[in-house]
Every structure is written in structure tokens, then in C-alpha cells.
Design a protein around this ligand. Structure first.
Ligand SMILES: Nc1nc2c(ncn2[C@@H]2O[C@H](COP(=O)(O)OP(=O)(O)OP(=O)(O)O)[C@@H](O)[C@H]2O)c(=O)[nH]1
Ligand SMILES: [Mg+2]
Length: 325
């Protein structure tokens, strides 16, 4: 399915039903008491986290959600029916913003987590509720309260444990397909990956979700290449794998450029642990170049599979342990 990570929807909840003014009418009871029932509550529009979804694509074609109003109360103390709510499935990692102000309203991070994006109105009380010893025939009732309505901007930031970043063509997607069972598109030209790919990596005793990003080039923070907007999909990761083409003659430089671009997007991301995969080792003839880096590095070949188990072990070792695991 097409990857869509931003969409604006219109949501309207149902208003509450009005309370009823009514008096009992029965044979042989000339002056019946008040029996107006309460109005029903309006339905709400609720977003819920569906862990099988990875995109907001479904919502692109369905942008308006309306829940039903509560029914008015009726005589004989009949309670108006509550309005049916509407539930909208979204992928985990969906941020909910007010489209007008940009203010963040909430987020969906876990499976089955719910967020009420438009709350239904409350039903009003009918006159049966207002009878007192002084006023046995009240004409008082409450109207239902109005429903919320808004434009909500949904922005997906994937929930993944590990992000794979690198320059275009470095072999990121090839490595994702080695580390996980994902089967992303791989090709010998830059910007093959246009939207993130996800996979699940199994180590000896843990499963990690891994997100492979599009390529980053120098100047991406000024909009070059695909820009950096997609980097929001690594904001929720807990560690990064940098993939460097070790055979392109300038691996150290590639690494520095990447650090610079990611840092200009969000410094905080660089504080997370990282492993550097020096890829395409199969192309190196003779000795491996001496590359000094400030992080753990592993020589690998996504093509032949050499070093991939070492990379898996390094990831397992470096991945932050502790709260949340
Ligand atoms: N020789 C060799 N080629 C590799 C290796 N890993 C990947 N390649 C090749 O490099 C090219 C790019 O691989 P991808 O996995 O698509 O690279 P990517 O980093 O995902 O590229 P973008 O998505 O465009 O940023 C493909 O032709 C791969 O077959 C490797 O270890 N050795
Ligand atoms: Mg790719």
C-alpha cells in the first residue's frame, strides 16, 4: 500500500439529545406527574491504534467522520438512544494535531490505544428529573450539549526500535533485507527508497522493529535530495545504524556529512547509541582502510552476507537496555 504519513481529516461528533417535557396521561389520573425522559448522549469520533497499519493511506480517501446525535428523551421517562460513535483506525505513532492551530492534541503509540478526537455532547435531563415537593409539574428541561467538531491533522512518526540511515545507494535497504524478512526495493541508483521500509529483526532473545530510511545527502537540511522531513520517522527510535559505503573512497567523509545533516534536523537523535555498518566490504581489494570513528563499527557486505551476524550482535549489544524493555 502507498505510504502516506500526513493527512487532514474533518471530524464531527454527535450532539446530545434534549431532555423531554411531558406529563403522565392515564385513564383515571387527571393530573399526571412529569415523565419527560432524558436525551441520549451523542456519539464521539475516536481514533484507535491498529498495529497492523503502517500508513495513513486509508484516510486519504475518507476524510470526513461524523458520529450520530443522541435522540431526544420522550414521555413515560423514555431515555433517548445514545448516538453511535465512529472509530477510526490509525497506525501506531500517529500524532494528532489541531489543523488550525497546529497544537498537539494527542498521540496513538500503542495497540488499541484510543483518543477521542471529537467528543459527543451530553444528553439533557427531562422534566421528570426536576420534580420537587414545591414544584410537582416542572416544565424545566435541559437541552443536549453541542458536539465537538474540528479539523485534525494526523502526522505519522513511525514507532520503530532502530533506524537505518545513510547516504543514497549505501546499501541500507539491502541490509534491512538481511537483518529482517522485509523485502524492500534495492537498486543501483540513488533514492531507490522514497518512503521508510519496516522490518522485524530477531536476535537471540529480543525482537526489534527496524525502519530503513530514504537516502540523505549533503544539503538535505536545505531541501536537497528528498530533504529531511522523513527523518521524523527515526525520532521515536532508540538507536541508529549508520550504513556507509566503505568502498567509495571517502567513508569517513560520508559519515561526517551524515552526522551533520541529522544533527541539523534534530541534535537529540545523535545522542542515541549507534553502530556504523561499513558496507560493501566485498568490493575492497586488499586491506581494509583505516577508518577512525567515534562509534562501534562493523565491516559488512549486504551483498554476500559477510559480517551481517556481527552487525546483528553489535546492535543487540549497543541497544539501550533498561526502562521500557
Ligand atoms: N558490492 C556490493 N553492492 C552492494 C552491497 N550492498 C548493496 N549493494 C548494492 O548497492 C546498490 C544500492 O543498494 P540499496 O540497498 O538499494 O541502497 P540504499 O542505501 O537503500 O539506497 P537508497 O534507498 O537509494 O538510499 C544496489 O545495487 C545493491 O545491490 C554490498 O555489500 N556490496
Ligand atoms: Mg534504500
Amino acid at each position: 500500500m502507498r505510504f502516506v504519513d500526513e493527512v487532514t481529516i474533518q471530524v464531527r461528533a454527535g450532539s446530545g439529545g434534549d431532555g423531554c417535557v411531558s406529563f403522565r396521561r392515564e385513564k383515571y389520573v387527571p393530573k399526571g406527574g412529569p415523565d419527560g425522559g432524558d436525551g441520549g448522549d451523542g456519539g464521539s469520533v475516536v481514533l484507535w491504534g491498529n498495529r497492523h497499519l503502517q500508513t495513513l493511506a486509508d484516510l486519504e480517501y475518507h476524510r470526513f467522520y461524523k458520529a450520530a446525535a443522541g435522540r431526544h428523551g420522550a414521555g413515560a421517562k423514555r431515555h433517548g438512544a445514545n448516538g453511535d460513535g465512529v472509530r477510526v483506525a490509525v497506525p501506531l505513532g500517529t500524532d494528532v494535531l489541531d489543523a488550525e492551530t497546529g497544537a498537539k492534541l494527542g498521540e496513538i503509540l500503542e495497540a488499541d490505544q484510543e483518543f477521542v478526537v471529537a467528543r459527543g455532547g451530553k444528553g439533557g435531563r427531562g422534566n421528570a428529573r426536576f420534580a420537587t415537593s414545591k414544584d410537582q409539574a416542572p416544565r424545566r428541561f435541559e437541552p443536549g450539549t453541542p458536539a465537538e467538531e474540528r479539523k485534525a491533522r494526523l502526522v505519522l512518526r513511525l514507532v520503530a526500535d532502530i533506524g537505518i540511515v545513510g547516504l543514497p545507494n549505501a546499501g541500507k535497504s539491502t541490509l534491512l533485507s538481511r537483518l529482517t524478512r522485509a523485502n524492500p526495493k534495492v537498486a543501483s541508483y540513488p533514492f531507490t527508497t522514497l518512503t521508510p521500509n519496516l522490518g522485524v529483526m530477531q536476535t537471540r532473545d529480543v525482537r526489534f522493529t527496524v525502519a530503513d530510511m530514504p537516502g540523505i545527502i549533503k544539503g538535505a537540511h536545505e531541501g536537497k535530495g528528498l530533504g529531511l522531513a522523513f527523518l521524523r520517522h527515526i525520532e521515536r527510535t532508540r538507536m541508529l545504524v549508520f550504513v556507509i559505503d566503505a568502498a567509495d573512497g571517502r567513508p569517513k567523509n560520508d559519515y561526517t556529512e551524515l552526522i551533520g545533516e541529522i544533527g541539523s534536523y534534530n541534535e537529540e537523535i545523535l545522542k542515541r547509541p549507534r553502530v556504523v555498518a561499513l558496507n560493501k566490504v566485498d568490493l575492497l581489494t586488499g586491506r581494509k582502510p583505516a577508518i577512525k570513528l567515534d562509534a562501534e563499527r562493523v565491516w559488512v557486505s549486504g551483498l554476500t552476507g559477510e559480517g551481517v551476524e556481527d552487525l546483528r550482535a553489535a546492535i543487540d549489544r549497543v541497544f539501550p537496555k533498561g526502562i521500557g524493555d
